[in-house]
Unconditional design. Structure first.
Length: 118
């Protein structure tokens, strides 16, 4: 599966952004999907994931209550709605796919930059 992330940008603290990740290739519903992020000089960190059907979601504590992950299997897309953004949310955001939810994210998009100004 090939992944294309989009929707990043520059936003003031307290603002919102919606990231999208479009998938092509194999059956999208066979993959659980996740968002990760990496800030300059820091390791990549998990943000959120969603099950193959969309029925289960998980969030890092740092974004819980502010971010919402969703997916539309008919559109082969996964989304990350980010509200109440903070400067510490500034990072390059990546979507990733896990075939049949094995726990291994073997497919990655190219990343989209999110910058939150204080």
């Amino acid at each position: 599966v090939q992944l294309q992330a989009s929707g990043g940008g520059l936003v003031p603290a307290g603002g919102s952004l919606r990231l999208s990740c479009a998938a092509s290739g194999r059956t999208f519903g066979d993959y659980s999907m996740a968002w990760f992020r990496q800030a300059p000089g820091k390791e990549r960190e998990f943000v959120s994931r969603i099950s193959q059907s969309g029925g289960s979601t998980y969030y890092a504590d740092s974004v819980k209550g502010r971010f919402t992950i969703s997916r539309d299997n008919a559109k082969n897309s996964v989304y990350l709605q980010m509200n109440s953004l903070k400067p510490e949310d500034t990072a390059n955001y990546y979507c990733a796919a896990d075939y049949r939810s094995t726990g291994n994210y073997n497919h990655w998009g190219q990343g989209t930059q999110v910058t939150v100004s204080s």
